[in-house]
Write a protein that binds this ligand. Structure first.
Ligand code: HEM
Length: 452
């Protein structure tokens, strides 16, 4: 590897782990400021602080940099990594922009219900918005059949949060009670999702939902994929579409509440975009409205919910003029990248207009990049834009008392945030009223959308 990379010296035996765990975001931010683009964390781990170098790690090439664990924190073998990559493409057709645009009325209605139910109390918005994101993603994949899934995903995420992000967690091979809980909750989900997928495999044209699209892509694919693998793909997407977008939406609403000028700009844009001749839900939500989109990008730059990414070299690799042995670990923080003053002037300011100027900032990777980059970014953007539109259109937002601190233990959460939603106007929801089941009728017929 040549001369030793610069980095914090750390303590004898525990190295940098303790300092990192005490103040993760501060530790990584200081490491970039003091030591630069490539920083030694320990003999086997390097922190990558430059967006171009991070892009090389995340985009490949040739699978030289690999993920190491699946979503239940199980260490992966090379064959499993390969099978995950081949299976991953099956998720894509259903998550294209043209298809997920059909989710707007679903998200709109769930948001209206969830925010109205807070009855002007100052609430932590994350669990409230999880009700929206988790139900929307479950409805997207399984329609009314998915009603039990949000609670099951929530239970699995709670069990996972005991282990994820805990640098002192025991290895996955140790059957601790936390690991047992993860295994049990994961198994329960796999059993139910396999059952739901089998119904779609038996009757390929009887269902118009996201899972049916996945099943059809699998039938057309040359890669042979087991139903259990398909189930895990869909479960991975449901878990990813649960807390992470709810955290993002909470940061977005907080940023808008804190910047009344930006909030009013979004409101005026939404008002100006109403087209009385358009179908009801489109008339209310002409997406993407550019300023709202800029606010979403700016929020994700400042508060990327997935704030830490990790890869391991599958062979000896070269990065930034340095050589690293096979099995070396690389960590990348979208939080630190997005606040790099060399790429983003005044990086700590919330200034959405920077996304409407040229050149746009090239520092932020909130959705990752490359073969494991987020396949749900379009759905996430639809959800965030719709949640914000409903919140601003029908409610006045008020910040509760107290400071907000980014909590990076798992997903980056706004610890201490309280928001009050005060009704401005009631809305008559378009389409069917009643329970979630009817909502998936909003989805376009499979295959109807062209590639976005
Ligand atoms: C604001 C919302 C979201 C953010 C910020 C986000 C961010 C990310 C990031 C950074 C990654 C890459 C992780 C890595 O490189 O190790 C990722 C992966 C992933 N995301 Fe998202 N995501 C969001 C919403 C969603 C939604 C709504 C879905 C699904 C419906 C989704 C599905 C996935 C899946 C399945 C992966 C794993 C991809 C793989 O490993 O091949 N995400 N997401």
């Amino acid at each position: 590897m040549g001369a030793r990379l610069p980095g914090p010296r750390g303590r004898w035996l525990s190295g940098n782990l303790e300092a990192f765990d005490q103040d993760r975001l501060g530790f990584l931010s200081r490491a970039r400021e003091e030591f630069g683009d490539l920083v030694r964390f320990d003999s086997r781990t390097t922190i990558v602080n430059d967006v171009d170098l991070a892009g090389i790690v995340l985009r490949g090439p040739d699978s030289r940099f690999q993920i190491t664990e699946d979503f239940v924190q199980r260490k992966l073998t090379a064959a499993e990594i390969d099978s995950i990559l081949r299976g991953r493409v099956l998720l894509n057709p259903g998550l294209r922009r043209s298809v997920v645009a059909g989710m707007r009325p679903v998200v709109e209605r769930l948001t209206g219900e969830a925010l109205a139910a807070t009855s002007t109390e100052a609430v932590d918005p994350v669990p409230v918005l999880e009700q929206v994101t988790s139900r929307a993603v479950a409805a997207y994949y399984f329609g009314s059949d998915g009603a039990a899934l949000p609670a099951m995903c929530s239970a699995l995420l709670d069990a996972l949060s005991e282990v994820i992000g805990n640098p002192f967690a025991l290895p996955a091979t140790w059957r601790t009670s936390a690991r047992r809980r993860i295994a049990e909750r994961h198994r329960a989900l796999v059993c139910l999702v396999i059952e739901l997928l089998q119904a779609r495999i038996r009757d390929a044209h009887g269902y118009d939902d996201g899972a049916a699209l996945v099943v059809r892509s699998a039938a057309k694919s040359t890669a042979s994929v087991t139903t259990e693998r398909l189930a895990n793909l869909v479960i991975g997407a449901m878990l990813a579409g649960h807390r992470v977008p709810a955290a993002a939406a909470s940061w977005l609403l907080m940023s808008l509440a804190d910047h009344p000028h930006e909030l009013e700009a979004v409101r005026s844009e939404l008002d100006a975009g109403r087209d009385p001749s358009a179908p009801a839900h489109e008339a209310r939500h002409p997406h993407p409205s550019p300023h709202l989109l800029a606010c979403i990008r700016e929020t994700l730059r400042l508060y990327p919910p997935t704030w830490l990414l990790a890869r391991r070299s599958a062979c000896e690799v070269e990065l930034g003029g340095r050589r690293f042995a096979s099995g070396h670990h690389f960590i990348i923080s979208p939080y630190v990248l997005g606040r790099d003053e060399r790429r983003v002037p005044q990086p700590t300011s919330f200034r959405p207009a920077r996304w409407q100027e040229l050149p746009a900032p090239a520092a932020s990777l909130p959705f990752g990049s490359g073969p494991h980059g987020c396949p749900g970014s379009d759905l996430a953007t639809v959800m965030l834009a719709t949640i914000a539109s409903v919140a601003l259109d029908r409610f006045d937002l008020e910040r509760g008392e107290g400071d907000v601190v980014p909590d990076p233990r798992t997903t980056l959460l706004p610890h201490g945030l309280r928001l009050r939603f005060l009704l401005r106007r009631t809305e008559t929801a378009p389409g069917p009223s009643g329970d979630l089941p009817a909502l998936t009728t909003a989805l376009p017929r499979p295959g109807a959308g062209s590639a976005a």
